[in-house]
Ligand binder design. Structure first.
Ligand SMILES: *Cc1c(COP(=O)(O)O)cnc(C)c1O
Length: 413
């Protein structure tokens, strides 16, 4: 059979161009922004449409909606933007990042199933796989170093349903080799699930082999530290299972996104590219200058980062290396002293968890967002007690902020 080749090869995926091509929805009266549909229930013209909605025969694509926990037009509109950004067939929004992560984990695994999970990971995700899922659902996990592909491969069992990693890992900024990890997962008939919270636009995991991409939208995508929200992006057939009325995790556990939040966040996505570029520009300059001062810095944009070359080969080029830098001050008291000098003396940023905010946020990961990891796991993950995770903001001028940072660092060196 002769095959017809396209005249030009497909252009490389570009998340911002994909967003611009996505269907734009106008507001009810022709407004440039979509309307907020705040109703939780929807009328039908004929009584027999209701049973069709329950059985999935009448769908939102046909303009048929059932109930707010199931589908909402404003939430679907926002989910389409996220699917376009990640280049996936479909996306569903959730009330939080953990809602998305727990929902997809429970959908993919039944009691007795198993997950292979990156050791360097958000503390809440670690606790979910390490304690909650084994105890409540009989789903077990093996934690691995994602840079050691032999260790990853060896952890699979006949019951392994998913390999779970962060594209850029919290908090040590390890870069996952997604194409290789996808190949390992697929060899074992498992799916690769990637948390892309630290690196929206920078990585397009679904283009690199991931089957499912999850986000905490609470971070960079919101950018305002004002809403908790999440999303799961992936193939339509798989994601539709999440809303099955009898067996869907999102349908039955109910971490639903409110349409008002979906509307708010839909207005943040168009300027996400500008924000990511500026977060990255500043983080790159700070990382280079801190390293030159003799501070131990981890940043994927530095040639000294162990996966620097891998990062460059996988990342979309124009968004830089991200807004997070990890400074290793070796001991907890030195980390505390630096953060206090930066917050109290310099007004450089805030000692607070979370990331992706317009101002700089700093936390000592070992005693905060990664405290769910036992000390031995933290050491294995290269997470010292003196590690300060800094989410670099973009308020003030770069040189003004650098002066503040340099002065504070000199006090602790
Ligand atoms: C914050 C975070 C989560 C959890 O998201 P919530 O929105 O707080 O539920 C998951 N993964 C990563 C990498 C995070 O930073």
């Amino acid at each position: 059979m002769p095959t017809t080749k396209p005249a030009t090869p497909n252009p490389p995926f570009h998340p911002v161009e994909a967003l611009a091509r996505a269907r734009h929805e106008f507001g009810e009266h022709g407004g440039v922004n979509a309307s907020i549909e705040s109703s939780v229930t929807f009328t039908v013209m004929k009584a027999d449409t209701l049973p069709e909605l329950f059985h999935g025969a009448a769908t939102p694509e046909q303009g048929c909606y059932l109930y707010g926990r199931h589908y909402n037009p404003t939430v679907i509109h926002f989910a389409r933007m996220l699917a376009a950004m990640e280049g996936t067939e479909s996306a569903h929004c959730t009330a939080s990042g953990m809602g998305a992560i727990s929902g997809i984990a429970l959908q993919l695994c039944d009691t007795g199933d198993h997950a292979v999970v990156a050791r360097t990971i958000y503390g809440g995700t670690f606790a979910l796989f390490n304690r909650y899922l084994p105890k409540k659902a009989g789903i077990t996990a093996t934690f691995v170093d994602v840079t050691d592909h032999a260790e990853v491969e060896a952890a699979f069992t006949p019951r392994t349903k998913l390999l779970y990693v962060e594209s850029l890992a919290n908090p040590t900024l390890v870069v996952a080799d997604l194409p290789k990890l996808a190949a390992i997962a697929h060899r074992h008939n498992a799916l690769l699930v990637v948390d892309n919270t630290f690196s929206p636009l920078i990585f397009s995991p679904a283009q690199l082999g991931a089957d499912v991409v999850v986000h905490s939208l609470t971070k960079f995508i919101s950018g305002g530290a004002d809403s908790v929200a999440g999303a799961v992006c992936g193939p339509r057939a798989l994601l539709d299972q999440l809303y099955d009325v009898n067996e869907g995790s999102l349908m039955l556990l109910g971490p639903t996104m409110d349409p008002r939040i979906a509307f708010e966040l839909s207005l943040r996505v168009p300027h996400l590219p500008l924000r990511m570029v500026e977060h990255s520009r500043r983080a790159q300059v700070f990382a280079e200058r801190l390293q030159a001062m003799g501070v131990r810095v981890r940043y994927p944009g530095l040639p000294s980062h162990p996966e620097h070359e891998l990062f460059n080969s996988l990342a979309n080029p124009e968004f830089g290396a991200g807004g997070l830098i990890a400074l290793d001050l070796e001991t907890a008291p030195r980390a505390a002293k630096l953060m206090e000098a930066l917050q109290l003396d310099e007004r450089f940023g805030f000692i607070a968890v979370s990331l992706g905010y317009f101002d700089t946020l700093m936390s000592a990961s070992a005693t905060s967002t990664s405290s769910e990891l036992p000390q031995e796991e933290r050491w294995k993950a290269g997470l010292s007690d003196g590690l300060v995770r800094m989410s670099v903001g973009y308020t003030g001028s770069l040189e003004q902020r650098w002066e503040q940072l340099e002065r504070a660092v000199k006090k602790v060196l």
